[in-house]
Design a protein around this ligand. Structure first.
Ligand code: HEC
Ligand code: HEC
Length: 211
């Protein structure tokens, strides 16, 4: 690549990355937005509410929350005709008026303590074996890995993990042409051949230490 062009791309990268840095985010403004718009479904501490199908968000990595909110806004996520719950979240993301509002609320969410791990009654050995495949992207403690574009899974409720995995499998999530990261995850679903594997791996993830 031409040197000037390369420099240009590097600068773009540095600045686009900088825009997401915590220093630029106003966590207090994010908290105000969260309390006003998001808490009614995701809960005051962002630990989620099953009866509203709203997942736990607390402690999720900020870059992932930003990406999902933008994807909901643009229809990359939550626009499939059978995506009942994604379609409930989409109009909420649209209430975030600009990029700054998205960055602020994501920083607030990332600052919260994740849910504690839950004891599981299932046999976790099978889930653990399957999770070895997932760990390469999501991290051995399901803490997430930005360099692999993979979110934290720790702290997510079992029912939400199961729904999302089924959605990836059936194409309700990750089928949009521009959803490159959703497509990556969708291709991983070959590892989870049946409902039992989905259930086992979800149980194992839910049991992982929250920190
Ligand atoms: C009307 C209820 C409702 C409100 C209000 C709401 N959400 Fe949601 N949200 C949902 C549901 C339901 C889902 C699950 C969508 C799915 O199953 O794919 C969700 C999913 C999400 C996700 C994806 C989580 C993940 O792990 O991928 C994020 C991020 C999110 N919401 C953030 C927010 C923020 C920020 C606000 C406030 C601006 C908000 N939500 C307000 C119902 C709501
Ligand atoms: C090649 C890397 C990679 C591997 C391996 C991988 N994932 Fe993912 N996963 C991703 C990416 C990237 C996303 C984010 C998709 C998006 O942005 O919508 C994701 C998203 C998810 C989500 C949605 C999280 C949320 O908050 O909504 C779940 C659940 C998930 N992965 C579970 C798994 C499980 C279980 C395995 C192992 C069977 C696995 N992943 C293996 C890359 C991977």
């Amino acid at each position: 690549m031409h040197k000037t062009a390369l420099l240009f791309f590097m600068l773009c990268f540095i600045f686009s990355d900088g825009a997401l840095a915590d220093t630029e985010a106003d966590v207090n403004a994010g908290k105000t937005t969260y309390d006003e718009i998001c808490s009614s479904c995701h809960g005051r501490k962002a630990h989620g509410q099953k009866r509203l199908n709203a997942p736990s968000l607390a402690g999720q990595q900020a870059w992932y929350v930003v990406r999902q909110l933008k994807n909901f806004k643009s229809g990359i996520r939550g626009n499939h005709e059978n995506d009942t719950f994604g379609r409930q979240m989409r109009p909420m993301a649209m209430l975030l008026k600009d990029e700054q509002a998205v960055i602020d609320v994501a920083a607030f969410i990332a600052s919260l303590k994740p849910r504690k791990p839950r004891k599981q009654t299932d046999d976790l050995t099978k889930g653990k074996t399957i999770y070895a495949t997932c760990a390469g992207c999501h991290g051995s403690k399901a803490e997430g890995n930005e360099s692999m574009n993979a979110p934290a899974l720790k702290g997510l409720q079992k029912w939400y993990l199961v729904t999302q995995l089924e959605n990836f499998k059936s194409g309700i999530r990750g089928s949009h042409d521009e959803d490159i990261y959703g497509q990556q995850m969708q291709s991983m679903m070959t590892v989870l051949a049946d409902d039992a594997s989905i259930n086992n791996v979800a149980s194992y993830i839910t049991s992982l230490a929250a920190n």
